[in-house]
Design a protein around this ligand. Structure first.
Ligand code: ATP
Ligand code: MG
Length: 418
């Protein structure tokens, strides 16, 4: 991607009304465009990050048998009335609208009921279970506050998975598998060290559900950590959890955190409410056991910005960066232009994603933009490096740069992607 052709431009200032660091940096660097409070568009650089996060999540969901689909945003009221979740006193984030003939519709904020309604047509016998489906979908929620940038949107991208099982035991086994898959996801996203599986309120069978909480100053949650025992508890259930888990409050450390994922054992309740059953091997009708598993894709992106940014800008972990290399060309004479173009083409051929700063701008401005945008490696080509047959390599996380012979540098990337 050539920066000279990218329609977004870096900016010195973020909008005055934007108080969240993640959104300020993402807007200044041209990753997102603020449409209104809690609503953001993802421009090409931001979309690349989102797609990288999704790719990691998708690979892990596929690895545990998830089948990808996309449900609809428009939801019929009837589906949600059966379980009482149409009621605004029960679900307070609905956006509702109407057809021209006054038929009421809701804009999907989650999809448990919709999945069950659909699965009614496909799950007839025990042979059709278990089944696990997931999607990446824009959820719409009428959130009261939207001051955390992309960490809390009124429209945001969620990965939601739903698994349906013939028995509670089968669900439990799969639930554990999802926990392991989630751990791999947060590791690959660069958040593994600071992400905890936390006890939270609202479990169906046990008292608790599980949240994946990342320690983060900008998070909206408060987490209590027992570092020795590797136990994390959401503030909401602290007293109950302390009792249940036999731990002492004095051993807990309070930290701010962001909920980056949530898994929920719903059990057979939804199936019973909606009267959706399958025929067991005994020939009798049984309720279906359901669990749901969310990951806030756009929230994760915001958390990554918040956690790793420094005073110069964003710092993307390799797996999610908009490009692996930020190639800076200094000067615009024929020789340096040709050399930089050539390197860009060779890297692209080797399958390496490169942001190529081929603009005519001062060195200081180019370096400042490279820092703001935050790709893992910055490569500089100038008449000076050309004369020495080297490229200047600087990692975003390091202060110093080094010179590497151009041939060796290319060999490294060829080797990696061959
Ligand atoms: P929160 O307590 O933060 O409102 P929630 O309990 O409502 O979250 P879920 O309904 O479980 O969240 O949604 C699954 C995941 O989607 C959450 O773990 C979170 O990562 C993400 N998420 C929820 N609400 C938002 C939002 N408004 N903007 C961005 N991500 C969100
Ligand atoms: Mg919520």
């Amino acid at each position: 991607m050539r920066l000279s052709q990218l329609f977004t431009k870096t900016r010195k200032e973020a909008p005055k009304d934007e108080t969240a660091l993640n959104a300020q940096l993402l807007i200044r660097a041209g990753f997102v465009h603020k449409v209104m409070a809690g609503v953001y568009a993802y421009t090409p650089l931001g979309l690349r990050v989102l797609e990288n996060i999704k790719r990691i999540v998708r690979e892990e969901m596929n690895a545990i048998g998830g089948q990808e689909l996309i449900m609809s945003s428009l939801q019929p009221k009837e589906t949600w009335e059966i379980t009482t979740r149409w009621d605004d006193d029960i679900v307070d984030v609905w956006f509702k609208t109407k057809l021209k003939d006054d038929t009421e519709l809701g804009l999907a904020w989650s999809h448990e009921e919709a999945i069950m309604e659909m699965m009614k047509q496909f799950v007839e016998s025990y042979k059709d279970l278990p089944v696990s489906v997931y999607q990446f979908q824009n959820k719409l929620r009428n959130e009261l506050r939207a001051k955390s940038g992309i960490m809390r949107g009124r429209e945001f991208v969620m990965k939601d998975m739903y698994s349906l099982h013939a028995t509670a035991e089968d669900l439990d086994a799969y639930y554990q598998k999802v926990i392991e898959a989630y751990k791999r996801i947060y590791d690959r996203l660069g958040l593994g060290d600071d992400t905890y599986v936390a006890f939270a309120s609202g479990g169906a069978f046990t008292k608790f559900s599980h949240e994946f909480q990342t320690v983060c100053e900008a998070g909206e949650d408060v987490l209590y950590l027992h570092r020795d025992k590797n136990i994390a508890v959401n503030e909401e259930v602290l007293d109950e959890a302390v009792k249940e888990l036999g731990i002492s409050k004095d051993d807990l450390e309070m930290v701010k955190s962001a909920e980056v994922g949530n898994i929920f054992n719903i059990g057979s309740e939804k199936s019973e409410q909606m009267n959706i059953r399958f025929t067991g091997s005994d020939g009798k009708e049984h309720p279906i056991y359901l669990a749901s598993y969310g990951i806030g894709i756009t929230r994760v992106m915001g958390v990554i910005v918040e956690k790793f940014a420094d005073e110069h800008g964003m710092v993307w972990p390799e797996g999610v960066a908009p490009a692996q290399i930020h190639l800076v060309r200094l000067g615009a004479d024929e020789e340096v232009t040709k050399a930089a173009d050539d390197l860009y083409t060779k890297l692209a051929k080797a399958g390496v994603e490169v942001l190529y700063d081929d603009r005519d701008a001062p060195a200081g401005a180019k370096f400042a933009d490279a820092d703001l945008i935050g790709c893992p490696v910055r490569i500089t080509i100038s008449n000076r490096t050309l004369a020495e047959g080297v490229v200047e390599v600087k990692r975003r996380t390091e202060a110093d740069s080094k010179h590497v012979k151009t041939g060796e540098f290319l060999k490294h990337y060829h080797g990696q992607h061959a």
